[in-house]
Unconditional design. Structure first.
Length: 133
């Protein structure tokens, strides 16, 4: 697959324990070969050698993946900047619609959260005037 027949007899790589011991060097060889090849050629070589592999998508490729649209994984949520696309949770529970609430503005829920933690309104107000929250 790497088309470097001398690697088969290289004492650093001629047995699995040695390949593990020299993993950084082996990765260097593989990286050097792969860096010079287009993705289609790498895929063809891996397929030809029957080596399991997968391509890592970019964020843009992931977001545009047709399965996410086909399975209804995208939804729109509100935000202080306007509507945004958001992914639904990865699990589906029959008869249960996941909560996809709007994204709060920075500080929008500060008083409520501090209240739930036991802080009274005058304390929170003093923190706000002091610039703590």
């Amino acid at each position: 697959m790497l088309r470097q027949s001398d690697l088969a007899t290289d004492p650093r790589f001629d047995a699995n324990p040695k390949r593990v011991q020299n993993l950084l060097a082996l990765h260097g060889v593989i990286d050097t070969v792969f860096a010079a090849l287009p993705v289609d050629e790498i895929t063809a070589r891996l397929d030809g050698a029957r080596i399991a592999h997968a391509r890592l998508n970019t964020v843009e490729q992931f977001a545009a993946h047709p399965q996410l649209t086909a399975r209804g994984r995208w939804t729109e949520v509100g935000s202080p900047s306007g509507p945004l696309l958001a992914l639904r949770p990865p699990w589906t529970i029959e008869g249960v619609e996941p909560r996809m609430d709007p994204i709060p503005a920075v500080g929008q829920q500060t008083e409520a959260i501090l209240g739930e933690l036991g802080y009274d309104a005058p304390t929170v107000a003093s923190w706000r005037s002091a610039g703590v929250v």
